[in-house]
Ligand binder design. Structure first.
Ligand code: BES
Ligand code: ZN
Ligand code: MN
Length: 503
């Protein structure tokens, strides 16, 4: 899908669709809605009067123009009530429009009327720029499909024009560009996490991170096994032992404010396949574990957008990438590993590998000067028991950073909820033979997982996002297709923009 702005008279455009947004209970059609209604003998007003058009969110009613105007069809798109309209409603309605109408093979082009005459009113809390950004995001996110391995992949070549008034064009073009950058980053994250593990190996992920860094001119390196050994990353190396794939610790750096000593590290779990290791997982749905690098994919995608948006802030991205496999050399329950921090961990269950690789990556992030850390991980099945597939779990040692994350998530629409961390829980992962063990028993599995990671963040302000329940979906709707969701890319970008000023 290609999105551009237009201010040309709509009647003369030879497109398949004109899309007219419509709020529930609108008394008076305005702008293009009114013009087209008149040209079509009041068909739109009649359908509204007959309650054929109601305006519920995502409702679509198609009218044929039979030559009355150049465009073939007029599509009325419901946006719900004006009072409750927000960016998430816009993404949902336009996302569904994209997935159900605009990406079909029969549609080649469409004009969407977002000019100030047709949309004559917006809620006070929503600016025109926010609306346009959300519409662009909805369209691009909604048109996403992972079909590259199908013999007949959907081409998705539709040209979409956003209709604005000429005086709005400049202002709106900025919002269009931000919407493009943000949603393409989300789709990149989806692509990475949807890719099967025979393709998306640690080396492949590192290679993609390298290409992004070269293209956007940001720092890149990847630590190899030898350097990990020199740095004493026994926990990361322990997980990698069972696999034939070389582990990589991917590092990307964006220096948007070199004079500022502050550095925010985004650390993403990068297990390209999690078989469980010797504590092997059951066969049912094990294939989903190709997505156990979704956290890593999300931080790589986030910095790819940040490198284009260029805010004045310093961002470090780290992705400890490895498979977790039960090979002949695999680590075993009862093993003890020494982490880069010096703390020792008894491996009680090799399937609790995320916290192990994150432990060393977080210690390394601190050694590179990070003074705030956010880790993103498909860490525990237990988070789905606590929060379902609706929202991600938030865990933290710092209330300021937590509220910044939650605030960003309220804007992005990616739901998040904080769970507690109490020192009493740490009893559960005491070890008889090492400093700690890597699992904390049945109760509060997501909390003990988080706290084990927190042992390595220690005094550094840190937030952990457990996305095991939200990184994939089998229930597509709105702007979300089957598979990887791309969570929490939009939240992380929003957080970074909130923390900084755009250069
Ligand atoms: N990658 C899994 C968590 C997961 C489960 C992600 C379902 C996505 C969907 C993680 O490495 C894991 O296996 N966690 C264990 C921890 C347990 C052994 C303490 C789990 O949740 O069972
Ligand atoms: Zn895992
Ligand atoms: Mn696991």
């Amino acid at each position: 899908m290609k999105i551009s702005l237009t201010d040309k008279p709509i009647k003369n455009q030879s497109v398949d669709f004109i899309v007219i947004p419509y709020f529930e209970n609108t008394k008076q059609l305005t702008g293009y809605a009114k013009d087209i209604d008149e040209l079509l003998n009041d068909s739109i007003s009649k359908l509204i009067a007959d309650k054929e058009i109601v305006g519920k969110v995502s409702e679509t009613i198609t009218l044929y123009t039979f030559g009355a105007i150049k465009p073939k069809k007029v599509l009325i798109l419901g946006l719900g009530s004006l009072e409750s309209f927000n960016p998430e409603t816009a993404r949902t309605a336009f996302g569904r429009l994209a997935s159900k109408v605009l990406t079909t093979n029969e549609t080649n082009s469409a004009v969407i009327c977002l000019d100030s005459k047709t949309i004559s009113k917006l809620p006070k809390t929503l600016t025109k720029n926010q609306l346009v950004q959300a519409v662009v995001e909805g369209l691009i996110l909604g048109s996403y499909q992972f079909t590259k391995y199908k013999s007949d992949p959907n081409a998705n070549k539709t040209d979409v024009y956003i209709q604005v008034k000429s005086h709005e064009k400049e202002q709106v073009s900025k919002a269009t560009s931000v919407g493009n950058i943000v949603s393409n980053a989300v789709n990149l994250c989806r692509d990475l996490a949807n890719e099967p593990s025979n393709i998306m190996t640690p080396s492949k992920l590192a290679d993609i991170a390298k290409q992004i860094s070269l293209k956007t001119n940001i720092g890149y390196k990847a630590l190899e096994q030898k350097e990990m050994k020199e740095l004493g990353m026994g926990a990361l190396l322990g997980v990698a032992k069972g696999s034939k794939q070389e582990p990589k610790l991917i590092v990307m750096e964006y220096k948007g404010n070199p004079k500022d000593p502050n550095k925010l590290a985004l650390v993403g779990k990068g297990i390209t396949f999690d078989s469980g290791g010797i504590s092997i997982k059951p066969a049912t749905n094990m294939g989903d574990m190709k997505g156990d690098m979704a956290g890593g994919a999300s931080v790589i995608s986030t910095i790819s957008a940040i490198a284009l948006l260029r805010p004045s802030i310093n961002i470090l991205v780290l992705v400890p990438a490895t498979e977790n496999m039960p090979g002949g050399n695999a680590q075993k329950p009862g093993d003890i590993v020494t982490t880069m921090s010096g703390k020792t961990i008894e491996i009680d269950n090799t399937d609790a590998e995320g916290r192990l690789v994150l432990a060393d990556a977080i210690t390394y992030a601190k050694s590179l000067g990070a003074n705030q850390i956010i880790d993103v991980a498909t860490l525990t099945g237990a988070i789905t028991i606590a929060l379902g597939n609706i929202c991600a779990g938030v865990f933290s040692n710092n209330t300021v950073l937590t509220s910044e994350v939650i605030e960003a998530s309220n804007t992005s629409g990616e739901k998040m909820w904080e769970l507690p961390m109490f020192k009493e829980y740490s009893k559960q992962y005491k070890s008889k033979t090492a400093d700690i063990k890597n699992v904390g028993g049945r109760g509060a599995g997501s909390i003990t997982g988080a706290q084990i990671i927190g042992e390595f963040a220690a005094e550094t302000p840190w937030v952990h996002l457990d996305i095991a329940g939200t990184s994939r979906t089998t229930d597509p709707n709105g702007y979300q297709s089957y598979g990887a969701t791309g969570i929490p890319v939009r939240t992380l970008i929003q957080l970074i923009l909130n923390k900084s000023t755009i250069l």
